[in-house]
Write a protein that binds this ligand. Structure first.
Ligand SMILES: [Fe+2]
Length: 445
């Protein structure tokens, strides 16, 4: 990868953009950690999650490691806590027992680190060193904090007690997306070489040839998913893989996480409030195995990751791949349900301005979408800036999810952005859409 230096007015513009992103992100972190009291911050709400105060200080510690020490070459703020906040050394279930910084101390630590970062941001030369070219390390730290903000949002969804988060409901639908969209056979460019803050696993751009396929024009809705439940989908091993069925039995799955029966229908607890499940919203809090079983029951399958990305980025008019389904411009509130602006997925048809050229809706935002692909490097992958960012997670254990959720910030979501998790996870904001092979003889008639 070759980089060019950013100088003069361009460097000043980059500096202001980085400063704005850092501050916008910190405001979200503050919101998520100030709406609950200190005891709540120190508590573990689920063995799957860290106490919120761990995420808080970990965000500051990563910022110190990468920006203050690596980019800035400065003395450590505190090196006594590096091990405590190392995600690889401390499994989540053990984190509440650690001698964590209490909330007041954690906040003071974050503020000290941030002061040093603003100081070095004023002086840093955006030369062609890979870590600073285009402000990459700053972008990586913004994305890292936003990712933890989404994780903290998922912790909020798991905590019991009175509701503390507020947001207006998402917009109402204005269109009815068609059932399925045909994506014609042919090549497209997957991944990117040019998006300056794209992470190592999104690179490099490479050509992928795909046969024709159909993909759902919208994510699978609660209404459709409830039909699968009503049809006995959870009790019929025909729809599940062997591994999925074993997990379904061991974990006693019978509906998405946070659902309960409500008369003849379902209710769904979101951030402390129970409300009736709405049929036209994308289903959320399902694991990969549930998604896979639904798809088989529906006579379809999950899309591969490449199929998802082609549906999201490929522009048939030009043959090029866009940054986002709607074009290259950054998401606005008209394009997608992102950034915790709302606290649940928007009904299908609420974001016509965000549709792809082929007419596929809500690929970005609302719910992370499970794909049938396990997490690997793109051909030509090079770990950067460290193997622990992506490479150590490559393999059969992790399934790829794409597109971001209502809790994903725009800084941590692009048409190329890749997320991964264990196939049993459903505390994340995960849903899916289905695909199927195109019957070429019929389609060509
Ligand atoms: Fe982290």
């Amino acid at each position: 990868m070759t980089h060019t230096a950013t100088e003069g007015a361009d460097a000043e513009a980059l500096r202001s953009r980085i400063a704005a992103e850092l501050e916008r992100t910190r405001a979200r972190t503050a919101l998520l950690t100030e709406v609950v009291d200190d005891a709540d911050l120190m508590r573990q709400h689920s063995p799957l999650m860290s106490p919120l105060v761990w995420d808080l200080a970990h965000v500051g510690n990563q910022e110190e490691l990468w920006l203050v020490r690596d980019v800035g070459g400065r003395e450590p703020v505190r090196c006594d806590i590096d091990d405590l906040y190392d995600a690889f050394k401390q499994p989540r279930r053990d984190r509440p027992a650690l001698p964590l910084l209490p909330p007041t101390e954690a906040r003071a630590y974050l503020a000290t680190v941030r002061d040093k970062v603003f100081d070095l941001l004023d002086r840093v030369a955006f030369d062609n060193r890979p870590l600073v070219a285009d402000g990459f390390a700053f972008g990586m730290i913004v994305q890292h904090e936003q990712q933890h903000d989404e994780t903290m949002l998922a912790t909020h969804q798991l905590r019991s007690g009175p509701a503390v988060l507020q947001a207006p409901p998402p917009p109402e639908p204005t269109v009815r997306p068609a059932g399925e969209v045909l994506v014609p056979a042919g090549p497209f460019v997957m991944g990117t070489d040019t998006d300056p803050w794209a992470l190592d696993n999104e690179r490099p751009a490479h050509r992928v040839e795909l046969p024709a396929y159909f993909i759902d024009a919208a994510p699978v809705t609660n209404g459709a998913y409830a039909e699968f439940i009503a049809d006995g989908g959870y009790d019929d091993p025909r729809w599940w893989t062997e591994q999925g069925w074993r997990h379904r039995q061991e974990a006693e799955l019978s509906a998405p996480l946070h659902w309960r029966r409500d008369g003849s229908g379902w209710a769904y607890r979101r951030f402390g409030h129970w409300s009736a499940v709405r049929d036209d919203e994308p289903v959320v809090h399902v694991c990969f195995h549930e998604a896979q079983a639904y798809a088989t029951w529906a006579g379809k399958r999950l899309p591969t990751e490449a199929e998802w990305e082609k549906a999201a980025r490929w522009d048939p008019a030009t043959g090029r791949s866009r940054r986002y389904p709607w074009g290259d411009e950054e998401p606005t509130s008209a394009h997608a349900n992102l950034g915790q602006r709302h606290l649940w997925p928007a009904p299908v048809g609420a974001y016509p301005a965000g549709a792809s050229p082929l007419g596929v809706h809500q690929l970005i935002g609302d719910v992370w979408e499970w794909t049938s692909t396990s997490f690997r490097g793109h051909p030509g992958f090079v770990a950067f800036p460290y193997r622990e960012y992506s490479e150590v997670f490559f393999g059969e254990d992790h399934q790829v999810l794409r597109g971001g959720s209502f809790g994903t910030d725009r800084a941590a979501c692009r048409g190329t952005f890749r997320n991964w998790d264990y196939p049993i996870r459903r505390q994340i904001f995960s849903g899916f859409r289905c695909a199927r092979d195109a019957d070429l003889e019929q389609d060509h008639r």
